[in-house]
Design a protein around this ligand. Structure first.
Ligand SMILES: Nc1ncnc2c1ncn2[C@@H]1O[C@H](COP(=O)(O)OP(=O)(O)OP(=O)(O)O)[C@@H](O)[C@H]1O
Ligand SMILES: [Mg+2]
Length: 233
């Protein structure tokens, strides 16, 4: 069985006449260590799909099996446990805790894991060692996103889900963040799914998925992976 199995997942919003189908029967699977890009136009269902896989939203039908566990069949408490133990989630707008320093922001997440990464090593590989005592408001967007990635990674998650992690960053900073994600995928072997609008980012992935109007219209293997730092757009 693959590390991530998604079978005929469906999701809609609204009641009665106002009901709209947002995810219309999506099936796919990822192997452990895959780096997947999820592309598609605005409103095509990318975030909804990622949130379902991450246990942030329930689906209306279908199954999501992560490392042998059907997360669609879990109780609320068990979903919370799944998210704490297995999952790293990175959002477009960082979601840091404003009153905690960089180091503390990451440290609180380390406590959620039974097998966290060493904090000092992580701060260094994130390029945040010199910033570790700063508060989020004292840092640039790229530094804040590094910190957010640190929060996701310190748990040593099996699955790293990122929703437009470079959406708020400039070109050069985006490349650095992507290179960091590439390194993490290689070093720690976590399975990564990155939602992006940017076709160029897909070129660093070994799997490319594309949603259109709630349906998976592309689900392919990319044989010619390009290192993040060689991407151009
Ligand atoms: N909580 C909600 N209630 C009602 N409709 C929703 C809700 N969340 C999302 N939608 C609708 O579902 C569709 C898919 O939204 P989603 O956020 O998944 O798109 P997306 O592909 O991530 O878009 P973007 O690239 O703009 O982030 C949209 O039409 C959106 O309006
Ligand atoms: Mg979105």
């Amino acid at each position: 069985m693959a590390f991530l199995e998604v079978a005929d997942v469906r999701k809609g919003y609204g009641e009665g006449d106002a009901h709209i189908e947002v995810i219309k029967g999506v099936s796919t699977s990822l192997e452990k260590g895959d780096f997947a890009s999820l592309l598609g136009p605005s409103g095509s269902g990318k975030s909804t799909f990622l949130n379902i896989v991450g246990g942030l939203e329930p689906c209306d039908g279908g199954r999501v099996v992560v490392d042998g566990v059907d997360i669609t069949g879990l109780s609320d408490r068990e979903v919370g446990e799944y998210r704490r133990a297995e999952l790293g989630f990175v959002f477009q707008f960082y979601n840091l805790i404003p009153d905690l320093t960089v180091c503390e922001n990451i440290e609180v997440c380390a406590h959620l894991s039974e097998d966290p990464l060493p904090l000092d090593d992580l701060l260094r590989s994130l390029g945040l060692w010199d910033q570790r005592r700063k508060f989020p408001r004292q840092m640039s967007g790229g530094q804040q996103q590094r910190c957010a990635i640190g929060r996701a990674l310190v748990k040593n998650p099996k699955l790293l889900l990122c929703d437009e992690p470079t959406g708020a960053l400039d070109y050069q900073t985006s490349l650095e963040i992507l290179a960091l994600m590439e390194e993490v995928n290689r070093e720690y072997g976590c399975t990564v799914v990155v939602v992006t609008h940017n076709d160029a980012i897909a070129r660093m992935s070994n799997r490319i998925m594309r949603l259109h109007d709630g349906m998976l219209v592309e689900d392919s293997v990319n044989e010619e992976r390009v290192p993040a730092l060689s991407l151009e757009w």
